[in-house]
Design a binder for this molecule. Structure first.
Ligand SMILES: Cc1cc2nc3c(=O)[nH]c(=O)nc-3n(C[C@H](O)[C@H](O)[C@H](O)COP(=O)(O)OP(=O)(O)OC[C@H]3O[C@@H](n4cnc5c(N)ncnc54)[C@H](O)[C@@H]3O)c2cc1C
Length: 383
């Protein structure tokens, strides 16, 4: 068993760490969040470093990076904020899905537009009445000759309101019984007549922003169908483990940065004539937190290793997502206690971590849904 990184992986991590220090330190990420700014330098920088093409093979125009390389980038970006990490992951995952299942024209679009950072993708799966039970989606796409006529509503479409973005939209093209059948993936240009994107006000994650998307008889060309018609559920599932593993990288980075920030505060803030970090009550809590973060990291790296070997990792991916997201929430909660009044001021980075962390156990599949998957893998029945 080898727990070390290769020289190339070490170098990638160092490059990503420097990128965050130069382009998006946590204070900057907080400012972007507060101002709702979409930073072009962030997307441009990631594209220039070749990160959007990293997981594709060299013949496909990429660099052949594996899941661990993607986690390392996500981890470093997560140190800025999870939202910053999602600026990368949220484009990368649908890009991989479309490239895997798409037509030659769609693959060319990914190569020329998405891998180069000129264009983004967002995902429209959830709906107002279907989140965890995503296959219960009701947005329909009726066959109208060379187009689909799309009607319905999506919710929580993150990044779907940004310029130069295509929404990878899961729609019902077939029967609702069984619910996992009859679903297809369509690429939708949000400027299409009949499509309206409306920003949802949220506690955090304001860089990408999340949106409701309304489809009022929108005509979408048939050539925008990705993968086999009525098999969209299979298309969606094809990258779900990779998504869980990479977003865990984002949580890990955010949790580690949160711990580093509270440690720094605990070393410099004095009470009763000594640094507050010397009080055993705080020191043990921070020691426990580092242990939790390391556990989450090991779970994520194990799942990445399994994925790289082409082995199943449904259980391990869910464990990583569960532990990583819960640990970020716990880190921010402890950070608020350690930083106390200073943390409660909205000028502090810790207050930003606290505000942002709370949704980690919800988006990307809730903690309960991850536990259901783990329980199912143990032979226990769950829904
Ligand atoms: C910031 C943010 C970004 C998001 N980005 C996207 C995106 O880009 N694209 C997209 O399609 N979606 C996105 N989502 C949607 C996200 O996937 C859903 O919010 C999530 O799956 C939970 O769905 P829900 O909010 O409808 O909660 P519900 O499914 O209504 O769940 C409510 C509660 O019931 C629990 N619950 C539900 N079913 C079970 C069960 N079987 N067993 C035990 N407990 C259960 C849940 O865990 C939760 O605690 C995003 C959400 C957020 C908040």
């Amino acid at each position: 068993m080898d727990f070390g990184l290769t020289d190339e992986q070490d170098m990638l991590r160092a490059t990503a760490r420097q990128f965050v220090a130069d382009v998006c330190p946590a204070e900057k990420a907080k400012q972007w969040d507060e101002e709702g700014v979409v930073p072009p330098e962030l997307f441009r920088g990631m594209a220039e470093l070749g990160w959007f093409s990293l997981p594709f093979s060299e013949e496909e125009g990429g660099d052949g990076g594996g899941p661990l390389e993607l986690i390392l980038i996500a981890e470093e970006l997560g140190r800025a904020s999870f939202d910053v990490a999602m600026c990368y992951i949220g484009v990368l995952i649908p890009g991989i899905t479309v490239f895997r299942w798409g037509t030659e024209a769609q693959r060319e679009f990914i190569r020329k537009q998405v891998m180069t950072g000129r264009h983004r993708l967002a995902v429209g799966l959830s709906e107002p009445d279907s989140g965890s039970d995503a296959a219960a989606l009701r947005t329909t796409a009726e066959d109208h000759g060379d187009h689909f006529l799309v009607r319905g509503q999506k919710a929580w479409c993150t990044g779907g309101g940004l310029p130069d973005t295509t929404i990878a939209t899961y729609v019902r093209t077939g029967s609702r019984e069984p619910k996992h059948g009859g679903i297809s993936l369509l690429l939708v240009d949000p400027s299409t007549d009949g499509v309206e994107v409306r920003r949802t006000p949220t506690l955090a994650r304001h860089i990408l922003g999340t949106n409701e998307v309304f489809f009022n008889d929108a005509l979408v060309p048939k050539e925008n169908l990705v993968g086999p018609r009525d098999e969209g559920w299979k298309v969606m599932l094809s990258n779900i483990e990779l998504e869980k593993v990479i977003i865990t990288g984002g949580y890990l980075g955010a949790a580690q940065a949160t711990l580093d920030e509270m440690l720094e505060y605990a070393r410099t803030r004095h009470a009763f004539g000594r640094p507050i970090g010397n009080f055993q009550a705080l020191a043990h809590a921070m020691a426990d937190l580092q242990t939790e973060i390391d556990s989450a990291r090991l779970l994520a790296y194990r799942a990445a290793w399994l994925l790289a070997q082409g082995k199943p990792c449904t259980r391990e991916g869910s464990m990583a997502k569960l532990k990583g997201s819960e640990t970020y929430v716990a880190a921010a909660r402890l950070g608020m206690q350690v930083c106390a009044g200073h943390g409660f001021s909205t000028e502090s980075v810790m207050s930003f971590r606290y505000r942002e962390s709370i949704v980690a156990t919800i988006s990307g599949g809730t903690s309960q849904i991850q536990r259901n998957g783990i329980a199912r893998s143990m032979g226990l029945r769950s829904y």
